[in-house]
Design a binder for this molecule. Structure first.
Ligand code: SIN
Length: 480
C-alpha cells in the first residue's frame, strides 16, 4: 500500500499555519517489513524557536476567542477525524504496526477526547467564595499560555488528542513533537485540524530530533506547560530540564500493572479482561497487565482457559483484517520481551505456550509462563510486549503487598465477584487507576494518570482540562 496516495497523507510540519519542509529528513518505516514509508523534516532550531514565538502571539488572541468559537472548531475537527477514520487508521497501521481493527478503535478513542473537550470548553467554571474579611473572593480559571507536548509511538493519535484538545479548549496554543517512529498520524491529524479552521499558530506539529526539541521546549520560558507521555527515565529528565523555568508538567510515565484474579472471580470474565489488557497493541501499552496474580484454587483452570485464548491469536501484517497481533515497534522491543521470558524460565518458571527465542522477525509470539515469582525481572520492570507471566497467591493481604511492591503506580486490575473484596482491595492498591472486572479502563470521561514513578497529572475528564488552566484569585474589598 502506497501511503502517499491517501488524501490526508502529509509529511511536512505544520508551523504557524504553514507547511514546512527541511533539507534534513528522518525516515519513517513500516515495522511490518522495515520498508521506508516516507520521510519527515528534521526542523532546524531557528525554526522551532520562531514557532514558539508565533505560538505565543497566536495564543494572546486565541484565549480571547469566545468559548463557543473554541468549542465549535473542536467539534469540526472531531467531525473530520470521524469522517477520515479509515484513512487515519491505515496511516497508523502502516507506521505503527497495530492491527487495523485496533487502529480504527484508537481513532475513535482519539476523537472522543476532541468531542469531550469541545464540550468542556464551555465549562471553565471559577468560584465565588464567601468571606468574613472581604465581601467577596472571586476565582477565575485562565488559559495557562503556550504549551508543548511530547508524545509516544504506541498510541500515535490518542496521546495527541488528549493533550491538544484540552489545551485548545482552555485557550492555550500548543506545539506537538510526535514520536519519531510515528509522526504521520500526527501530521494527518494536524491537516484535519487545519481544515477545521483553527487560527495559525494555535496547533503546531514539529518533527526532528527528540533530544534537541525536548531541550528547546523545556528550556524556553515561552512554554508554560509541558505534557509528556513516555518512559519514567525520560520524564524525570524533562522534569529536571524544566525546573529552571518552573513549568507546569503533566507526566504519564511507565507502569507495572498487576492483575489480581481472586477465587471468587468469574473466570470467563477474568480471562477476557486479561486478554484485553495484556494483548492490546501487542502488549505495548503503559496500562498493560504486567504481572498476573491468580489465587490458588482457580490457578490451573485459569491458566488453561487463558492458554486456549492465547493460542487462537493470529499474528501478521496489521493491514490484514484477520490479524490480532502485529509486529513490535523495533528489534530492541523484541529483545526486551525475550530477556524477560528467558530470565523467568532460568529462575524456575514454566513455559505454557509461546516463544523463548526470536524466530519470527519483527514479531514476538504471545507467550504464557506460570509459577513466576517476585524475584524475576518481569516482576520489577515493564515488559511492553505480549508476555503474560502468572504468579500464584494464597492470601488477599499477600497479594496486595506483592501488587504494591513496585516504584510504579499507573493501572491495576482486580477480578472478584465479592463486593466487599473489591471495595477493600481497590482502596489498598497504590495506583492511579483500578479496573474491577474489566481490562479496559481508558475513557475520555475518566481521569487517566498515575502516582509514584508513573507520573503526575491527569488526562481526560474535567480534571484533564484543569491541567491547562491557571487560577486567578481576585480579592474584592467591601463595597461602600
Ligand atoms: C498508554 O499506554 O500510554 C495509554 C493507553 C490508553 O490510553 O489506554
Amino acid at each position: 500500500m502506497d501511503i502517499t496516495t491517501l488524501s490526508i497523507f502529509e509529511n511536512r510540519c505544520l508551523v504557524n499555519g504553514n507547511w514546512i519542509t527541511s533539507e534534513n529528513n528522518l525516515e519513517v518505516k513500516n515495522p511490518f517489513d522495515n520498508s521506508v514509508l516516507t520521510s519527515v523534516p528534521i526542523l532546524e532550531e531557528s525554526i522551532v524557536l520562531q514557532a514558539l514565538q508565533d505560538a505565543e502571539t497566536a495564543q494572546k488572541k486565541w484565549k480571547k476567542a469566545s468559548v463557543n468559537e473554541r468549542s465549535h472548531l473542536l467539534r469540526k475537527w472531531f467531525d473530520l477525524v470521524i469522517q477520515y477514520q479509515e484513512e487515519l487508521a491505515i496511516i497508523m497501521t502502516l507506521e505503527q504496526g497495530k492491527p487495523l481493527k485496533e487502529s480504527r478503535g484508537e481513532i475513535a478513542y482519539a476523537a472522543s477526547y476532541i468531542e469531550w473537550f469541545s464540550e468542556e470548553a464551555k465549562r471553565g467554571y471559577g468560584d465565588i467564595i464567601p468571606n468574613n474579611i472581604h465581601s467577596e473572593i472571586l476565582v477565575f480559571k485562565e488559559a495557562i499560555g503556550v504549551c508543548a507536548a511530547i508524545t509516544p509511538w504506541n498510541f500515535p493519535a490518542a496521546m495527541i488528542t488528549r493533550k491538544v484538545a484540552p489545551a485548545l479548549a482552555a485557550g492555550c496554543s500548543i506545539l506537538v513533537k510526535p514520536a519519531s517512529e510515528t509522526p504521520l498520524t500526527a501530521l494527518a491529524l494536524a491537516k484535519l485540524a487545519n481544515q477545521a479552521g483553527f487560527p495559525a499558530g494555535i496547533f503546531n506539529v514539529i518533527t526532528g530530533s527528540s533530544t534537541s526539541i525536548g531541550k528547546i521546549f523545556t528550556e524556553s520560558p515561552i512554554i508554560k506547560k509541558l505534557s509528556f507521555t513516555g518512559s519514567t527515565e525520560i520524564g524525570a529528565k524533562l522534569m529536571a530540564q524544566s525546573s529552571p523555568t518552573v513549568k507546569k508538567l503533566s507526566l504519564e510515565l511507565g507502569g507495572n500493572a498487576p492483575v489480581i484474579v481472586f477465587n471468587s472471580a468469574n473466570l470467563e470474565q477474568a480471562v477476557q479482561g486479561v486478554m484485553d489488557t495484556k494483548f492490546r497493541n501487542a502488549g505495548q501499552t503503559c496500562v498493560c497487565a504486567n504481572r498476573i496474580y491468580v489465587q490458588n484454587e482457580v490457578y490451573d483452570e485459569f491458566i488453561e482457559k487463558l492458554r486456549l485464548k492465547i493460542d487462537s491469536l493470529k499474528l501478521g501484517n496489521g493491514l490484514n483484517p484477520e490479524t490480532d497481533i502485529g509486529p513490535l515497534i523495533n528489534s530492541k522491543a523484541i529483545l526486551k520481551v525475550e530477556e524477560h521470558i528467558q530470565d523467568a524460565i532460568k529462575k524456575g518458571a514454566t513455559l505454557v505456550t509461546g516463544q523463548t527465542k526470536n524466530t519470527n522477525g519483527n514479531y514476538c509470539l504471545p507467550t504464557l509462563v506460570k509459577d513466576v515469582t517476585q524475584e524475576m525481572l518481569c516482576a520489577k520492570e515493564e515488559t511492553f510486549g505480549p508476555f503474560a507471566p502468572i504468579f500464584r497467591f494464597y492470601d488477599e493481604n499477600d497479594v496486595i503487598k506483592m501488587s504494591n511492591d513496585t516504584e510504579f503506580g499507573l493501572a491495576s486490575y482486580i477480578f472478584t465477584q465479592d463486593i466487599n473484596q473489591y471495595i477493600r482491595v481497590s482502596r489498598e492498591l497504590e495506583y492511579g487507576m483500578v479496573g474491577v472486572n474489566t481490562g479496559i479502563i481508558s475513557n475520555a470521561a475518566a481521569p487517566f494518570g498515575g502516582i509514584k514513578s508513573s507520573g503526575i497529572g491527569r488526562e481526560g475528564s474535567k480534571y484533564g482540562m484543569e491541567e491547562y488552566l491557571e487560577m486567578k484569585y481576585v480579592c474584592l474589598g467591601n463595597i461602600k
